[in-house]
Design a protein around this ligand. Structure first.
Ligand code: 13P
Ligand code: SF4
Length: 306
């Protein structure tokens, strides 16, 4: 049996489901039961009746699945698969930040730890952030954490003055303006599409800004034949699958490197996935009190996204 066949066999036998993010390696995306963005993955995690959830993504995503399914076994193939954005917002410092801004509601981007979610009023993802922010009255004071680029983008779009936590994603924040300009100059017929975790200077030039699902959908629906893609490389797999006749040019993080690979997302391998399913480990464990406190803002987001 190939590794792929072994994974499929054990998954079926154990009634497990594999949820994968678009930034996973192509082989994992192809074996998953569902591939999606952070919102889609949380919606799937809430709906699934599988006994075991194997999360092919990063730690905060698997945590979200566990919070939504406390009685189920939630596995991740490598516990070290963190996220620089989530790490940029430690709970102790965030508690102080909240105290310094009384009367503010706290909206946290899903890329944060369960502790940060527990300190938040509502969670958002890149696909529903504007909707979640706009669900509050214009004069409501808001703290937005942890992504300053996404926060600034929403402030620009909505005319709000949300207080931003100074965090960023190490993959998107270094996407290079010179490379964007070079690619645009060399490919005048291409559209620039960007993830809102990119810096404002990149977003200003973009023809479309959206979550990974939004970016994928845009390349399917738009008539253009060529796209300059400012996000992590993993999404290109689905873009090529959906539109094999279109061309996708990934914007490099710098001129000497063409690899915008998230080091945490790329920790998942087929071998680790197989071992994780076989050993039912590593497992995501959270205290009851964290689950209780962090569930409310996630459910509020899911209700507002319906
Ligand atoms: P989305 O897939 O929700 O757009 O998130 C991107 C990301 O950086 C996940 O870590
Ligand atoms: Fe975190 Fe950025 Fe990797 Fe997404 S791409 S998991 S935000 S480090």
């Amino acid at each position: 049996m190939t590794l792929k066949e072994k994974i499929l066999e054990i998954k079926l036998r154990k009634k497990a489901v594999i949820l994968a993010h678009y930034y996973q390696i192509p082989e994992i995306q192809d074996i998953a039961d569902f591939v999606g963005d952070s919102l889609g993955l949380s919606q799937q995690a809430k709906e699934t009746d599988a006994e075991i959830i194997v999360f092919a993504g990063v730690h905060f995503m698997a945590e979200t699945a566990k919070i939504l399914n406390p009685s189920k076994k939630v596995l991740i193939s490598d516990l070290r698969a963190g996220c620089s954005l989530a790490d940029s917002c430690p709970a102790e410092s965030f508690k102080i930040f909240i105290k310094e801004h009384p009367e503010h509601v706290v909206i946290s981007y899903v890329n944060c730890s369960a502790e940060i979610k527990a300190l938040s009023d509502v969670i958002c993802t890149s696909s529903n952030a504007v909707k979640i922010v706009e669900s509050f009255p214009k004069k409501q004071k808001i703290i937005f954490a942890p992504d300053k680029n996404l926060g600034a983008y929403i402030n620009n779009l909505t005319g709000r003055k949300m207080v931003l936590w100074n965090g960023s994603c190490e993959v998107h924040d270094i996407i290079n303006l010179e490379s964007v300009i070079r690619l645009k100059t060399e490919n005048p017929d291409a559209l620039l599409i960007a993830h809102p975790e990119c810096k404002g200077v990149i977003l200003e030039l973009a023809d479309y800004i959206g979550s990974t699902t939004g970016l994928l959908q845009f390349t399917i629906e738009n008539k253009a034949r060529k796209f300059i893609v400012a996000t992590e490389t993993g999404i290109i797999h689905q873009m090529k699958k959906a539109s094999p006749d279109k061309e996708f040019l990934i914007v490099p993080a710098n001129e000497s490197c063409s690899c915008n690979d998230c080091p945490y997302m790329k920790m998942s391998t087929m071998e680790k996935l197989y071992l994780c399913l076989t050993n039912e480990s590593p497992e995501i464990k959270l205290s009851e009190s964290i689950i209780e406190k962090s569930k409310k803002p996630i459910l509020r987001m899911l209700e507002l996204s319906e």
